[in-house]
Ligand binder design. Structure first.
Ligand SMILES: Nc1ncnc2c1ncn2[C@@H]1O[C@H](COP(=O)(O)OP(=O)(O)OP(=O)(O)O)[C@@H](O)[C@H]1O
Length: 359
């Protein structure tokens, strides 16, 4: 799958900008703050219907403007697919594929598989469990529609149960039967999500370990450990057992929305015990494993976005990373970097087909 061309209108710092891309490697270079990451984010937007960096949709509209439009022409399985995303202040975002608007954005997820590696990935290590759950959900969702459906349904019921707990507290009342209906629904959707997460990690962990070993030359052992209350008992029983706590706190304290993925190095949390270099290698391995997994599941090479990952790395490592991604396994790659020479030198050593876009 190839992004042939991209055009932006009022997207972040761009008024109007168009690109015709190379089928293999595209390097977006320029000074700090010029908009390199914004170009990658626009490409991310086309795959996921939202920004990777700024979750507030309207903040992606250029200051002082009323709307943005992102236009991407893809070649996928010999077909041209035209994707347009537009957002006008005060209105709902629209995603169109070949001029037809999607009813549900979730239908689009996975159609244009994509993996991004960025300095912002550090949040996966330093932030709370929700970021790691989102990572797992995003990897599985790109190749499994029913997973995303179940997740959306689970979250809907969860919000209803939480609203009900608040209502009970406010009105000093309680109805066990209504809560029980929600408990059953959460149990059904939760079990499906738990099973998928467990099955996914069984396949994903060995891929991740192999990627880490290649980057670190096999010097350390790393692990990903899935933590979920559902390993002990089913969600229905758990929800019944914690009802007094839930009533007191007015929200649902147990369920797959509390699952976590522990990142370990030598069996200890990498957040506390990993060096900066080890943490960076860990994140790159995680994302390359995501790439491998999606490719294996979908049969399509995801687009790979490498945002600023060469910063603070010496030339040898830059070449090593480019070499790593430049086997035939990989499809189209987008690289952003402040150093035009550094990127070009590294890229031309390993591939003849590349394009440099100077912003
Ligand atoms: N909604 C917006 N309207 C106008 N400008 C915006 C908007 N959102 C972000 N920007 C601008 O985009 C620029 C940042 O762009 P980006 O992060 O792509 O830079 P970069 O080239 O990747 O920089 P660096 O090398 O520092 O990472 C900033 O100047 C910021 O002010």
């Amino acid at each position: 799958m190839i992004l042939k061309s991209l055009s932006l209108l009022n997207y972040k710092n761009f008024d109007s900008k168009s690109f015709d891309f190379n089928n293999k490697i595209n390097c977006i270079v320029g000074n700090n703050g010029i908009g390199k990451t914004n170009v990658l984010d626009a490409i991310y937007h086309l795959s996921f219907g939202k920004s990777y960096f700024n979750p507030v949709a309207t903040q992606n509209i250029k200051h002082g403007q009323e709307f943005f439009v992102i236009n991407g022409d893809y070649q996928k399985l010999e077909k041209i697919e035209k994707i347009i995303i537009s957002l006008k202040r005060g209105q709902k975002k629209i995603i169109k594929r070949n001029a037809k608007a999607y009813d549900k954005f979730s239908e689009h997820i996975g159609f244009l598989p994509l993996v991004i590696i960025s300095p912002a990935d550090r949040d996966l290590i330093v932030e709370g469990s929700d970021i790691r759950r989102k990572f797992v959900d995003s990897v599985i969702s790109q190749s499994d529609k029913s997973y995303l459906d179940n997740l959306i349904k689970y979250n809907k019921v969860l919000a209803q149960r939480n609203a009900l707990l608040k209502y009970f507290a406010l009105n000093h009342t309680f109805n066990a039967d209504t809560i029980d209906v929600y408990n059953s629904q959460l149990n059904d959707y939760g079990a499906k999500i738990f099973d998928k997460r467990r099955a996914f990690l069984e396949v994903f962990v060995p891929i991740f370990k192999a990627r880490y070993e290649a980057i670190s030359n096999g010097n350390e052992t790393v692990g990903l450990v899935y933590k979920s209350d559902l390993f002990d008992d089913n969600l229905y029983n758990h929800l019944k057992a914690v009802i007094n706590k839930d009533k007191a706190l007015q929200y649902t304290t147990i369920g797959i929305h509390k699952d976590d993925l522990q990142f370990n190095i030598e069996e200890h949390p990498i957040k506390k015990f990993g060096s900066q270099g080890q943490q960076k290698s860990f994140l790159i391995a995680l994302k390359l494993a995501q790439f491998d997994f999606i490719k294996e599941q979908s049969g399509v090479s995801p687009i790979l976005l490498l945002d600023d990952i060469f910063d603070k790395l010496d030339e040898q490592r830059v070449s090593k990373i480019i070499k790593l991604v430049d086997d035939e396994n990989f499809g189209q790659i987008f690289i952003s970097d402040t150093h035009a020479d550094r990127t070009e030198n590294a890229v031309k050593q390993v591939h003849q087909s590349y394009e440099i876009f100077k912003l």
